[in-house]
Design a protein around this ligand. Structure first.
Ligand SMILES: [Zn+2]
Length: 540
């Protein structure tokens, strides 16, 4: 037998949670063909992996990579950290369906979501056509597509109106979910803090999740609150999964946000445990950082976000409306995720300014900016930034406590996801959270090697076979003969992330080789111009 690649002398960690063993791997036609203690056959290329760990490629359970893929396909920030498969369409935001008559509305939604400028050429309408367009892209990594609730509410429902759908609208939205599931979506996602999704009640989502359930789709959710409303929000996911009959629910980037609520992960994990004990399958994903990332616009009360961006800007420019916004932000409420009230202006950092006048305060908190720029108060700074940057302002929010992070990380229902958009290396364009470049190496370096919070085998399982099992990929996520050859080879003694919040664009160290569908994509920490990635469809 002659192989395409033989991986020799590595310490294999198979992804199932088992300790390492010693073997060679023969790869042929994209597949892990043979695993033997010593392979004496020939191969077009051999990779000597003495002292290195050989494990399945990382399956990133939560990404927004679809929003960049249409304009930037190299996926370097993901590939270089060992991610071989990315789940996309998260937080209710996917790039389809887009019926032609709603195209303008979609462009507005996307302009605030696409970090590179929203200049998307939309050549599709249905979800199926969208996947077919994605198939034409030359991409290095695999994609697991999920359909988002936001385009569905715009396509067939009440859109940005703060009301329940009519029976006709509900039927229309259900037909869009059906179309996406039949085209191969792996499930339905929601992001219940974002407009227009914030306007939907639980019933509306249950009805749509029922359609995903008919196709064994998973329900993914950025839940309705991660701070004051966290417990109710976790209960809502459980209710949606239970009443819709979905095979399971995935809580996105699980966290406890806001100092007053720190410690609440005890209760959320308890709720997840109890749901599973009752036969309702609930899992979560997590990135290992104490800051989240979002858009500053989402810190406005929901009423101020009605009607889309133009209406929002009108309100921001009106002194009376501004006063009303300020009053609502200062008032604790369970009805919406009020970051300013829970974390404070001193913990909300602006990552990037389009306006050159403000470049000097990039990466600073709103309170710091108030001081540096000599503004009257933080609200003045806040409104000025929103108006000046046309309401599209990227922020990170320092809202989490290390103890909650560690408690969630070690809970048995946790797996890893970056919540990132696979991005280019642009040191001057600091728009991306360090998780974009560093999540997996940080886990392996900080939490496995240095702090010994997780064993290596367990951490790798949470990065590979667990997410594969969760989305239903039966032929990835494990080093097994017959599986696709998605493989990461790394140095356990040196692997680490090199990013922080002021320098978020740095490739990690120690991720030596990455193989995707049998093709060597990263060789000696350099990405090659190889594009073996596939857009996967949900297997029946
Ligand atoms: Zn999210």
């Amino acid at each position: 037998m002659s192989y395409d690649i033989i991986i020799k002398n590595g310490k294999i960690i198979d992804g199932a949670g088992n300790p390492w063993y010693s073997a060679d791997i023969g790869i042929k036609d994209g597949i892990i063909n043979t695993i033997r203690p010593k392979l004496e056959s020939t191969a077009a290329s051999q990779i000597d992996c003495r002292n290195l760990i050989v494990c399945p490629g990382f399956i990133d359970m939560h990404t927004h990579t679809d929003f960049l893929l249409a304009i930037y396909t190299k996926m370097d920030s993901a590939i270089r950290q060992g991610i071989t498969t990315s789940v996309v369409g998260m937080c209710g935001e996917s790039l389809a369906p887009i019926p032609p008559e709603k195209l303008e509305e979609f462009k507005k939604l996307f302009s605030s979501l696409t970090p590179m400028g929203g200049d998307l050429k939309i050549t599709w309408d249905t979800y199926r056509k969208y996947l077919e367009e994605m198939d034409k892209l030359r991409i290095p990594g695999n994609i697991v597509p999920v359909v988002g609730f936001a385009p569905i509410r715009i396509a067939g429902g009440p859109g940005y109106e703060n009301r329940a759908p009519s029976p006709q609208e509900l039927e229309k939205m259900k037909s869009y979910v059906k179309e996406a599931m039949e085209a191969g979506a792996f499930g339905l996602s929601t992001g219940l803090i974002y407009a227009p999704q914030v306007f939907a009640n639980t019933e509306e989502i249950i009805e749509l999740a029922k359609v995903a359930a008919n196709y064994n789709g998973l329900y993914f959710s950025h839940i309705r609150g991660e701070g004051r409303n966290l417990i109710n929000a976790v209960k809502e996911v459980i209710e949606i999964v239970e009443k819709s009959g979905c095979i399971g629910g995935q809580i996105a980037h699980h966290k406890v946000s806001g100092k007053a609520y720190w410690g609440a992960s005890k209760e959320t994990i308890q709720l997840i445990e109890e749901a599973n004990a009752r036969g309702i399958s609930i899992t979560c994903d997590q990135y290992p950082y104490n800051r989240g990332q979002s858009g500053l616009m989402t810190s406005l009360p929901p009423w101020a976000r009605e009607g889309g961006k133009e209406k929002i800007l009108e309100r921001l420019k009106n002194p009376e409306e501004r006063e009303r916004i300020k009053t609502d932000i200062l008032k604790p409420s369970e009805d919406w995720e009020n970051w300013i009230e829970t974390s404070g202006f001193d913990h909300i950092y602006i990552t990037f300014f389009k306006d050159k006048e403000w470049k000097d305060v990039e990466g600073r908190s709103i309170s710091e900016i108030t001081r540096i720029k000599g503004k009257a108060d933080d609200f003045e700074t806040y409104f000025e930034i929103l108006i000046n940057e046309n309401a599209d302002v990227n922020i990170t929010i320092e809202s989490m406590d290390e103890e909650d992070i560690r408690r969630i990380m070690t809970s048995r229902y946790q797996m890893i996801g970056t919540d990132a958009t696979a991005s280019p290396h642009l040191p001057d364009f600091k728009i991306f959270h360090p998780r974009t470049f560093g999540t997996y190496p940080r886990l392996l370096g900080k939490y496995v090697r240095e702090e010994k919070l997780l064993t290596m085998e367990d951490a790798i399982r949470r990065m590979t076979s667990f997410p594969a099992q969760r989305v239903g990929l039966r032929d990835r996520g494990l080093i097994r003969e017959g599986n696709w050859a998605d493989i990461v080879i790394f140095n356990p003694d040196t692997v680490k992330d090199k990013t922080d919040f002021m320098q978020p664009h740095q490739f990690p160290e120690g991720i030596i080789h990455v193989i995707i569908n049998g093709i060597l994509v990263v060789e000696n920490e350099k990405q090659r111009k190889k594009y073996p990635g596939k857009v996967l469809r949900r297997p029946n």
